[in-house]
Every structure is written in structure tokens, then in C-alpha cells.
Design a protein around this ligand. Structure first.
Ligand SMILES: Nc1ncnc2c1ncn2[C@@H]1O[C@H](COP(=O)(O)OP(=O)(O)OP(=O)(O)O)[C@@H](O)[C@H]1O
Ligand SMILES: [Mg+2]
Length: 362
């Protein structure tokens, strides 16, 4: 869903911001500390109920205020209020929602910021989250299966930690877990196959010199075994340590360049290009699958780490997609100078200063 209007109250230094005419590609520029990233955080709150800078409401709410509120209007209206008490109030299409889960799917978001480097240099968890974002949005059976798996593994680990273990009870939970685990792997693998060609196309456009780069999916257990077999094989060690060693909770993506770890080899700028290709490929996969509802991009400080030619290439790819885009940059002309001139998607420019935002024409 594309946002037409965005109202922000008491998010960091944005005490009252009303943006009435958002475009398809929105650029927020201004000095350090002016409030650019806070605008992206506000949109993130609307999409997921929390900021991408951590879940603490206290850090997010303007100092001295009891709450922050964000309203967005697109095909439906969304409203999220976070209180200092930790409570959240959510409205979807004017109706109170019972939990954040009701928000999910309304405004699918992809974030490209300094934390996105975790996709390469961080723990497997960041890569699983990345993969699962895509699986969640294209495969509606994934979420219930994933919930079932979470319940199952919790229960199995509890049994493994008991002093006296009933083999039949352990078998019941292992069988249930095996079914959910196999299904999660199937969904992930099928999505991964859709993702890889799109990723390579994006990367070729952004950094043809990285043609030796490959990405591999690891399911979390020996691929020659079914998950049930892998659980049986690891049971002895599971019993010794009191937890389930193998499974989709250990899945990972490995990114290699000419056989070496990309995280250890690539320069910071090259890492950013790979991250952009990964994120853009996901948006593309979603667009191809659900043309009616592409995701939106929140790109914080796009020019950082990139030379102007690579910044231009990222802009060209963003311009060619159908997603709504929110970009921040200290200097507006670092984006406007490299944005494709003859694109059908012009830039909507905003200047940010001390928490106040004004639209301007470049
Ligand atoms: N809870 C808060 N209450 C009030 N002000 C806050 C709060 N948290 C952060 N700030 C201030 O809000 C301002 C906006 O921060 P933000 O990160 O959005 O800036 P920015 O424009 O993205 O800067 P940069 O270019 O350095 O990334 C900063 O001056 C920061 O000190
Ligand atoms: Mg910032």
C-alpha cells in the first residue's frame, strides 16, 4: 500500500509533522540530527508497531511526552500509538485492532540502513529473518506452520530437560516437530529459488565486478536426511544437552565470493551493494507475486558508503520498481543529481530542519 498522508506526533524530535502529499519516491534531506531517520522510524511504527532502532517506547517518544502517535492514509488508514507505559493502541481502517499482528501485511516494509549490514556480517538470525520476511509475504501457510514449530520445539526442549524422560511423549513431539520443520524448509527453499535469479539480476546491475558471488541456503540439518531422521540421529546429543540441536531454527544463508566468505572479503561499499541487491530482489519477488501490493522501501542515508555512480545505479533500480520509496540523505542533490532524468517516477522532496518538514521543488 502506498501512503498518501503521514501524520507524526512526538516521535523523537518530530513533535507535530503533517505530510499531506507524499509521492511515490520521497526524499528527506537535512543536517545531522534534523529528524530524517525519525521519519523512517515513524513509518516503520505504522508498518510493524515498533521502530527499527529497538523496541523501547521510552527512547522513541519525545522526551517529556507521555505517548507518540503515527497516522497513515493510503488505501486504508492506519494508526499506531505507543505509550510510555509500554502499551500500544492500533487502529486499522478506523477500527481498534487487538494486536500488532493485525497490522502485518497492511504495509510491508523493507529497510536499508546501517543495521542491514548484519545480513552479511551479523548472526544467522538476521539472515533467517530476511528470508522469512519474503516467505511470510508470499506463502500464507508459512506463519501458522512457523507458530506450530515454535510451540513444538519449546515443548520438546522442556521434555529433554526433564530428569525422567518418557520416550513415547518425546516421540509424539518429535513427530509433530518433524512435520512442521520439513514444511518450513520446503517453503523457505521454494521462496529462495524465486529469490536467487532476481538477486543476481540486481547485483549484476549494481556491481558486475561481483559476478563470482553466490548465495546458498542451509536448511539447518544434513540435507541427505529428512528432518525426522535428523532428529532421531541427534536425539542422544539433544538429551545430553537438553535442547534440540538441528532444525530450521539453525537455517542460514551463506554468501560467498569465489568460495570465500563475502563478509570477510568485500569492502564496505561492496557490502552495501550486496545488501541493496538482496533487499531489492525481495521487493521484486513480492511485486512479481502480488502485483497489487508491492512493499515500500525505507532507505536511510542512501549515499553513505556509495560513490555517486553506485548511488545512481541503486536509484535506477528503485525508480524501475513499483514500490513507494522513502529515502534520506544529508544533501538533497546527492539523490536528485543521480536520479534518472526521464523516469516516470519523479522525486518528491522534503527538507527537514529541527523536527520541522517542508516540501520543496528541486
Ligand atoms: N526521545 C527523544 N526526544 C527528543 N529528541 C530526541 C529523542 N531521541 C532522539 N532525539 C533527537 O532527535 C533528533 C533527530 O534524530 P534523527 O536520528 O532522526 O536525525 P537525522 O536527521 O537522521 O540525523 P543524521 O543525519 O545524523 O542521521 C536528534 O537531534 C536527536 O538527538
Ligand atoms: Mg539519520
Amino acid at each position: 500500500m502506498a501512503l498518501k498522508q503521514l501524520h507524526i506526533y512526538n516521535v523523537r524530535n518530530l513533535q507535530e509533522v503533517k505530510l499531506q502529499d507524499l509521492g511515490e519516491i520521497n526524499v528527506f534531506s537535512g543536517h545531522n540530527g534534523s529528524g530524517k531517520t525519525s521519519v523512517l522510524e515513524a513509518i516503520h511504527i505504522l508498518g510493524l508497531g515498533r521502530s527499527f532502532r529497538g523496541s523501547s517506547a521510552k527512547a522513541l517518544i519525545t522526551h517529556g511526552k507521555p505517548q507518540c502517535t503515527v497516522f497513515g492514509q493510503g488505501a486504508v488508514s492506519l494508526g499506531v500509538r505507543r505509550l510510555l507505559t509500554g502499551e500500544s493502541q492500533i487502529k486499522v481502517a478506523g477500527k481498534p485492532a487487538s494486536s500488532v499482528t493485525d497490522l502485518i501485511g497492511q504495509l510491508p516494509l523493507q529497510v536499508i540502513n546501517a543495521d542491514s549490514f548484519d545480513l552479511l556480517v551479523g548472526s544467522p538470525r538476521a539472515r533467517r529473518q530476511y528470508l522469512d520476511w519474503g516467505v511470510f509475504h508470499v506463502e500464507h501457510r508459512f506463519y501458522p506452520t512457523w507458530r506450530r514449530f515454535q510451540r513444538g520445539i519449546k515443548q520438546r526442549n522442556k521434555i529433554l530437560r526433564r530428569d525422567k524422560i518418557s520416550q513415547s511423549e518425546l516421540s509424539v513431539w518429535s513427530n509433530d516437530l518433524a512435520e512442521a520443520g520439513d514444511a518450513i524448509h520446503e517453503y523457505r527453499q521454494s521462496y529462495f529459488m524465486q529469490l536467487v535469479p532476481r538477486f543476481h539480476a540486481m547485483l549484476e546491475a549494481l556491481a558486475p565486478e561481483l559476478e563470482g558471488l553466490e548465495i546458498r541456503y542451509r536448511r539447518g540439518w544434513d540435507k541427505s536426511l529428512s528432518y525426522a531422521e535428523a532428529l532421531t540421529q541427534s536425539q542422544k546429543s539433544d538429551l545430553e544437552h537438553g535442547y534440540t540441536h538441528v532444525g530450521p531454527q539453525r537455517a542460514d544463508l551463506r554468501v560467498l565470493i569465489s568460495g570465500y566468505s563475502a563478509a570477510d572479503t568485500l569492502s564496505r561499499g561492496q557490502q552495501k551493494l550486496v545488501v541493496c541487491a538482496l533487499k531489492l530482489a525481495q521487493g521484486q519477488a513480492l511485486e512479481d507475486r502480488r502485483a497489487a501490493q508491492p512493499c515500500s522501501y525505507l532507505v536511510d542515508d542512501l549515499p553513505s558508503e556509495l560513490d555517486s555512480e553506485h548511488c545512481r545505479m541503486v536509484c535506477e533500480l528503485l525508480a524501475g520498481m513499483r514500490s513507494q520509496v522513502f529515502i534520506t540523505s544529508v544533501q538533497a542533490d546527492e539523490i536528485s543529481n543521480v536520479w534518472p532524468a526521464s523516469g516516470a517516477r519523479p522525486l518528491t522532496m522534503f527538507h527537514v530542519e529541527h523536527g520541522k518538514i517542508t516540501a520543496f521543488t528541486a
